[in-house]
Design a protein around this ligand. Sequence first.
Ligand code: AMP
Ligand code: GLY
Length: 420
Amino acid sequence: MKLLVVGSGGREHAIAKKLLESPQVDQVFVAPGNDGMVLDGLDLVDIGIAEHSRLIAFVQENEIAWTFIGPDDALAAGIVDDFNAAGLKVFGPSRQASELEWSKDFAKTIMAKYGVPTAKYSTFSDFEKAKAYIKVQGAPIVVKADGLALGKGVAVADTVEQAVEAARDMLLDNKFGDSGARVVIEDYLAGEEFSLFAFVNGEQFYLMPAAQDYKRAYDGDKGPNTGGMGAYSPVPHLEQAVIDQAVETIIKPILSGMVAEGRPYLGVLYVGLILTADGPKVIEFNSRFGDPETQTILPRLTSDFAQNVTDILDDKTPEITWVEDGVTLGVVVASDGYPLAYEKGVELPTKTDGDVITYYAGARFAENGRALLSNGGRVYMLVTTADTVQAAQEKIYKQLATQKTDGLFYRNDIGSKAIK
Ligand code: AMP
Ligand code: GLY
């Protein structure tokens, strides 16, 4: 069987690498991918994620069994609908189902309708009305662009002034273009954040081990929000009772709600949640795997991933199994300056010791074909598994200390929330 993964980051590297481990899979293509993936035997296809008809033609010409869609913008652009219209099998939600991610107002409306716990909110397209609401509600308060904004469209405001400023940026100054033409303003929720992922087919779902992402750029959760600077899975201090509660109060009602709305969900559902004094509440839904959480979850999958996805696509019950013991932890290495401006072209390590895995996100071969160079904000991620979070952390940081990371940076405290 030959497969295609759409996307180019560390998440897609982890998905494609796991698929290639299946004994039934001969070849995994990644479009467009990045050169670091070639080191793991993956085949790059020079077609962008927005070029649906070229991707469809590639799949038809190369007899690809099915395609796995990685990124949210491809889903929001209706790539799954276009593949289905061409009669091709594809793993990911339709444009209508992925609206859970690409419109925060839609997600909030559906949550309210089906009784899913989340922060109280109101949606605005008029700045003066938004400002009046913020003044009545007071701070802290959270202002979110309705649409996709590369993870940057959320302002957690400590003061009324900051919140009004964020609403002004989005509604009057067009900072996020159409994505910010409407804003969701919601109550601030205090608590620790976790991510839950499930493979979904309509109302059937198969929960994965939980993960925790580190979203801020610098140690101690300081600095700007990023796509994610590191993660680990499972989360030892997250009680099973909380996960069970999230399944009952969040995952089950949202999936049956989406079926009732005529938008049945197929693919990976990502639930970003915050554990409040009143139990877990939804911060956001994403309609895809998380990056970098995936790089710590998929190495724990012990079943045949390609068979699992095939079964879900064929409406069969997949047999999904996971490593039961220990913790998988990963640290992202990013370009100095990320998530703002950064330089490219730093030479990257291509070898690690023992069972430390490298997933590349932004990497390309130099002209001479020998060196691998940085080519993005998040560049690569080291991932390993050990008995405890602490042991995994030690392994990763020991490895990182041996690597030349001039022009790059990483957080030194990934996993610490599980230790303290
Ligand atoms: P999002 O892009 O929706 O995941 O939001 C980015 C980050 O903002 C989250 O990871 C949270 O840390 C924070 N955040 C979002 N919504 C809330 C909320 N209602 N209360 C507190 N923090 C929030
Ligand atoms: N790690 C956050 C995300 O993938 O959205």
